[in-house]
Design a protein around this ligand. Sequence first.
Ligand SMILES: [Zn+2]
Length: 116
Amino acid sequence: MELVILHMSKGRGGRPRAYREDISCPACGSHHVVKCGKPRGKQRMLCRDCSKYFMLNALYHHHPKALKEKALKMYSNGMSMRAISRTFNIPLGTIFSWIKRYEGNVHETRTPMVKG
Ligand SMILES: [Zn+2]
């Protein structure tokens, strides 16, 4: 039974789907990537646009830059981290680290308040 299914899926189309929405090339940011072997048990990917290899495991928590910028924009517009997390289906901790880094870049001066 399994052999029949494998044969059928292999025989159709010919070209594998190369566009991965969840994975982007670290070199050029392209989503036009394909699986290319598994050395040492780690999934290796090949970028079709710049022909560079990269490991999938290292990008497990990688999110596209555009998404990050969108999330930061929403945050600066007054949206809460929790709401952004739910909107993009990204862990709250990830959002938090983005915002922390973003605020670090802005060099926000904070006056230490001892008593309120
Ligand atoms: Zn690339």
